[in-house]
Design a protein around this ligand. Sequence first.
Ligand code: ZN
Length: 104
Amino acid sequence: MTEELRTVPFECRRCWHVWEEQYLVRRIDDRHGNETEVWLRDGLPALPPGPGVICPSCGCQQSTRFPDGYLSRHPELVPPAEPAGPDATPLLSPVQPPVHRHLT
Ligand SMILES: [Zn+2]
């Protein structure tokens, strides 16, 4: 049995969203010379990638599959990674808190 990690690029024909899905392709030899391919996604059996994969952006099924590795040759198609999250720096008021002095 062999396992191969495949990153399959897709494009939505409705909203033109481009994304990739990671699959694990498990090839099982049945000892009679026949090889069965099992596609797993997130560790669960999945259909081999093809038309009809649901677009994560708009939820339609009008997606199309790019050939493997297509996006690495067309990096301009890949949307910028996640939008920058909120700044982790806590908001500090520029006003200094009053200093409590102990009167001596
Ligand atoms: Zn879409």
